[in-house]
Design a protein around this ligand. Structure first.
Ligand SMILES: [Zn+2]
Length: 79
């Protein structure tokens, strides 16, 4: 099963369906293009996929799909 290794060392699966570490995001502009009931598969095509490491909380965004490189974001708190 494909996976990526987080900076903390935890291996995150990519192919699990449904994936408990995977989130789906869509831009507000793209979402605004839908005004009626949507075809779930058509909407799914618009999503950006990201994984949340359940060990350290880092987020791994696949901006160009799973075939492209993942970009890591580390959580920080604003005080
Ligand atoms: Zn991690």
């Amino acid at each position: 099963m494909p996976s990526i290794k987080c900076k903390c060392g935890k291996r995150l699966d990519i192919g699990t369906i449904p994936n408990p570490n995977e989130w789906l995001a869509i831009s507000d502009v793209d979402y605004d293009g839908y005004s009626e009931q949507v075809d779930a598969e058509a909407l799914y095509e618009k999503f950006t996929h990201f994984l949340e490491c359940d060990n350290c909380g880092r987020l791994w965004f696949f901006w160009n799909g799973f075939n492209g490189p993942a970009e890591c974001y580390e959580k920080s708190k604003h005080i």
